[in-house]
Design a protein around this ligand. Structure first.
Ligand SMILES: Nc1ncnc2c1ncn2[C@@H]1O[C@H](COP(=O)(O)OP(=O)(O)OP(=O)(O)O)[C@@H](O)[C@H]1O
Ligand SMILES: [Mg+2]
Length: 183
């Protein structure tokens, strides 16, 4: 069995995926660590302080590794996986995510791009396009344990951050960050 735990950076994937793996006695596979350990990155982006990957190279190697395994896989990129028995997309209110990513000390462009991605549901869309279904669970203000229970019960939610006026205002200010970085 493969359970994919995906979502924008900072939504809570690691805490939740590790706990699901522990509860179900499955292996925990962190795709970014897998990439680093196997030297699968293609370049480093100093502006975003991020390793870039060649999707096809990583997907081939990852799916080969997972072929004989039962695992909980944590990844920001759902489409790296050939198949999954359960696809969980963790969501977090963009205002709360913004605080989280700022506290990590990330470059402002990287914070802005990731918060925007969460606001519009970018990873959710990728998961839906790739797998045809996905279970969204909101982590905002919840304990990891509570989120894990919702995931295991497949107690999925419909999430629309864009209708929140405060999120719209945040997005407006983040647009300015992105535009000024493009200059
Ligand atoms: N309900 C929750 N579930 C999981 N983590 C939570 C929750 N509430 C708060 N957190 C906290 O949010 C922070 C970010 O979580 P975490 O590092 O697991 O995110 P992530 O999605 O794995 O990020 P990345 O993609 O960068 O690995 C942690 O400090 C974690 O303790
Ligand atoms: Mg993580």
């Amino acid at each position: 069995m493969i359970i994919l735990v995906t979502g924008t950076p900072g939504v809570g994937k690691t805490s939740v995926a590790k706990e699901i793996a522990r509860k179900l006695s499955l292996e925990y596979v962190h795709v970014s660590e897998f990439v680093l350990k196997n030297n699968l990155f293609s370049s480093y982006d100093p502006v975003r302080e991020t390793y870039e990957i060649d999707d096809e190279v990583v997907a081939r190697s990852l799916n080969e590794y997972l072929k004989t395994k039962d695992a909980v896989v944590e990844s920001v990129y759902p489409s790296l996986l050939d198949n999954a028995d359960l696809v969980i997309v963790l969501r977090r209110n963009p205002l709360s995510l913004y605080k989280e990513l700022k506290e990590r000390g990330w470059p402002e462009l990287k914070v802005a791009e990731n918060v925007e991605a969460e606001a519009i549901g970018y990873v959710l869309q990728e998961a839906m396009d790739w797998f045809g279904n996905a279970c969204q669970v909101d982590t905002t203000g919840r304990k990891a344990e509570e989120v894990v229970n919702l995931c295991l019960k497949k107690d999925c939610e419909d999430i629309d951050w864009l209708s929140d006026k405060r999120v719209q205002e945040l997005l407006f200010s983040l647009d300015n960050v992105i535009i000024s970085n493009e200059k």
